[in-house]
Design a protein. Structure first.
Length: 766
């Protein structure tokens, strides 16, 4: 296959099913793709189809899909699946998005679609073969399709699939089409299959929300509270209306989804921004309780100091710790953060009687549509959301219960009440995104691990404090899952102080789990005097996927071989982390260098991933590289906060990973014939922090439990070598949470004694 094969250049075209059918003029197959995965999707076939495959008379093969392509390459994956089973010409397969009324899928598009979409391609192929067999009066078994050409080699007859589409449409669809064996794949899992949207995103023809316009629309830019609990005290609406291009100033009250805002509506974004600045909005601080939320660390400490709701309970944890040969414990802190996607928030709303049309780059959630319908008092079916290209898929854009969509709808409603019955595009500036968006909440975990005399995990105990987007508190807790399950486990969800509405952050639920578990396991290995990889491998009985991924990552990273030191007096180290989520198992090995001046550099990250069938390895590689970069940004940088307000404004001073900080990333795919996993990128983003932290310990003997790590650290004393076994912790009988004997403020385990600013800046201790 040519290494530069790409799909034809096209934007995301959104068409209705009604338009899709008459335009077909050929073979159209409807199929149902469920929300939970291929197995569950097979049980929902009786529902109305939510995806279609069309073979047109012109030979083009089109998939009408419900899935948003927010830079993950989902549309390329769908095109690959259809082209594979249909044996279509790869250059004549495309994917079109459809406006969603029943909720388009978020993550897991390939997991949901893998079998249904392949099956649709196989059905279409069988029908085209049967149509050719009838026309040519030859056995169907003698007909082959290759690159969109149907051939009968014996008689040398051939025809394009477009010429046979109409005849095939008149035939009954087979119920059990034969799918290709993985050994026969020509596209799935092969290198060189380019992304569908690369040309459009390179030449600027891709349409994002900010590019999309409707006749007569106005742009809204809003002033928002600078910190949680602040209330709008006043503004100068007359000054704002005096700005050229400004048409109106509208105010909307606070709701559970968003605080009160005042917005300027103008003919263009620049005028709206100037008008917003002219408002000179004034804000009044909230109640003492709300003001206390601006510095919640003390409340989090208090929360983990008391028993919480047990979300996992196995065995007798208290007895296990009482009889343990050694105990390892630490507090793990993940501070406030903002997703800061490359594309700031933007949303276009058009209101009509009992109808609301929205255009934006967001995965559509039924809860969003229901919340908008409740706000407008219209039927849920009257709310349609059309997905455009999206430059990032997290933060407020990913928030359930509508979030900023409700804000945009509220502004459009307020405009209508003022006589402006026009489409309204809500636009956030970069400063708005950093200062006014919902943040990833602080998460504090108090975790301890009991070891028996052989150094094997005997019991886990974790107390987790942190707001979660999930209704189920167990989803927000730091659960200890296999492969490191111990006979005794207890995970408690502790209630921190109430705070701002949490935003969806990449790997939000996974990151604290992986950071704590993989750091403690590494400490356990070193306390036992064992190599970290060998120690983990010994705990993976009955976990073959984990064992294969760990072995591959260690082999490809030359684990155990000394790292070269090309710069005198530097310290180098490797660290490993193993993490599983979303059906993906991943092992990372990070290599770091600490220079004599104490500057930290992550040089290389080796990633072994088992995610089922890797439909498009090139897309997978891009996802992992981006996710590792995002995870490193969280490891190495952090926003500065004062009174719960970010002190940075734009990318010139906000913590985006710089090009010279990006390590060399090597991806290795563990062969698999299983269906694709529901997610990959978030798993890598979560595993980076413990891998880097463990590598730093290997290089400097400093153990870090707080994110972000500092890029400037103290060099270790001479004589400290990588993988120096730590002294076993003393088994204790004191109440959980009491300080370890001999602990001082210079030890990272004494996080409870650190000042908040030290915790949030990730100051390193020896």
């Amino acid at each position: 296959m040519d290494s530069d094969v790409v799909l034809p250049e096209h934007s995301i075209h959104n068409v209705s099913r009604r338009r899709f059918m008459p335009a077909a003029g050929g073979l159209v197959l409807g199929l149902n793709i469920g929300q939970a995965g291929p197995r569950e999707a097979a049980q929902t076939a009786a529902r109305s189809p939510n995806a279609f495959v069309r073979v047109g008379k012109d030979g083009w093969v089109t998939v009408l899909a419900k899935h948003l392509d927010a830079d993950q390459g989902a549309h390329t994956g769908l095109a690959t699946l259809v082209a594979e089973e249909l044996d279509a010409d790869w250059r004549q397969v495309r994917v079109e998005g459809s406006p969603a009324q029943a909720g388009a899928g978020r993550n897991g598009s390939m997991a949901e679609s893998y079998l249904p979409i392949r099956r649709a391609g196989a059905i279409a192929r069988a029908m085209l073969v049967q149509a050719a067999a009838q026309q040519w009066r030859v056995p169907a078994g003698e007909i082959v399709i290759r690159d969109g050409i149907v051939r009968h080699p014996h008689s040398q007859r051939q025809a394009g699939i477009g010429h046979l589409a109409a005849a095939a449409a008149a035939l009954p669809a087979p119920q059990d089409p034969v799918l290709k064996a993985p050994a026969d794949f020509q596209l799935i899992g092969k290198e060189g299959v380019g992304r569908a949207d690369n040309p459009a995103k390179t030449n600027g023809t891709a349409v994002f929300t900010q590019d999309f316009k409707l006749p007569g629309m106005l742009v809204a830019v809003a002033a928002r509270a600078p910190r949680p609990g602040a209330r709008l005290a006043g503004y100068d609406g007359q000054a704002a209306r005096g700005v050229a291009g400004v048409r109106a100033v509208v105010e909307i009250p606070a709701t559970p989804q968003h605080p009160a805002v005042v917005a300027v509506l103008a003919e263009n974004t620049w005028a709206a921004r100037l008008g917003r600045d002219a408002l000179q909005a004034r804000w009044q601080e909230g109640s003492p309780h709300e003001q206390a939320l601006a510095d919640p660390l003390d409340g989090y400490r208090a929360a983990v100091g008391q028993p919480g709701l047990a979300v996992t309970q196995e065995g007798d944890v208290d007895a296990a710790f009482a009889s343990a040969a050694s105990v390892i414990e630490a507090d793990f802190l993940q501070p406030l953060a903002v997703q800061a996607a490359m594309e700031p928030l933007s949303c276009l709303v058009r209101l009509e009687e009992r109808r609301c049309d929205i255009w934006n780059g967001e995965p559509v959630d039924p809860a969003d549509q229901a919340a908008i319908a409740r706000y407008l008092k219209v039927p849920v079916g009257g709310v349609t959301v059309t997905a455009l290209h999206a430059g990032g898929n997290a933060g407020p854009r990913r928030g359930a219960q509508a979030g900023y969509l409700i804000e945009a709808v509220a502004l459009a409603s307020a405009a209508r009440r003022q006589g402006l019955d026009v489409p309204i595009k809500l636009t956030w500036t970069r400063e708005d995104d950093l200062h006014g968006g919902h943040v990833r909440p602080m998460r504090l975990q108090r975790a301890r691990l009991a070891l028996d005399a052989a150094g094997t995990p005997l019991a886990w105990h974790v107390r987790h404090a942190g707001l979660s987007r999930q209704a189920d508190p167990a989803q927000g807790a730091a659960r200890v899952d296999p492969p490191y399950a111990a006979p005794h486990q207890r995970v408690e969800q502790c209630s921190p102080p109430d705070g701002d509405i949490p935003a969806w952050y990449r790997s939000d639920g996974q990151a604290p789990v992986a950071f704590a578990a993989e750091t403690l396991i590494d400490q356990a290995a070193l306390a036992a005097g064992r190599d970290p990889v060998a120690y983990r491998a010994g705990l993976l009985a009955g976990q073959p996927r984990h064992a294969r991924a760990l072995a591959m990552a260690a082999q490809q990273a030359d684990w155990g071989r000394p790292l070269p030191r090309t710069i005198p007096n530097t310290r180098r180290g490797r660290g490993v982390a193993l993490h599983a989520a979303c059906g993906t198992v991943m092992a990372l090995v990070a290599e770091v260098t600490v220079r004599p001046c104490g500057t930290l550099k992550v040089d290389r990250v080796v990633c072994a991933v088992d995610c089922g069938v890797a439909i498009n390895p090139g897309v997978l590689r891009a996802q992992l590289e981006g996710a590792i970069g995002a995870g490193l940004a969280n490891c190495l940088h952090g926003l500065s906060w004062a009174d719960s307000e970010a002190q940075q404004d734009r990318f010139h001073d906000s913590p985006v990973l710089r090009m010279d900080e990006m390590p060399r990333v090597e991806m290795h795919i563990v062969p698999s014939s299983e269906a694709p996993a529901a997610g990959v990128g978030a798993v890598a983003a979560a595993a980076v922090a413990p891998a880097v932290g463990n590598a730093l310990h290997a290089a400097t003997a400093q153990r870090l439990h707080t994110l972000p790590f500092s890029t400037k650290m103290d060099m270790p004393a001479p004589g400290v070598v990588p993988f120096m076994p730590a002294a076993p912790a003393v088994a204790r009988q004191q109440a959980y949470g009491a300080p370890l004997p001999g602990r001082t403020a210079s030890h990272r385990g004494a996080d409870s004694e650190k000042r908040p600013q030290e915790l949030e800046t990730g100051a390193l201790a020896a």
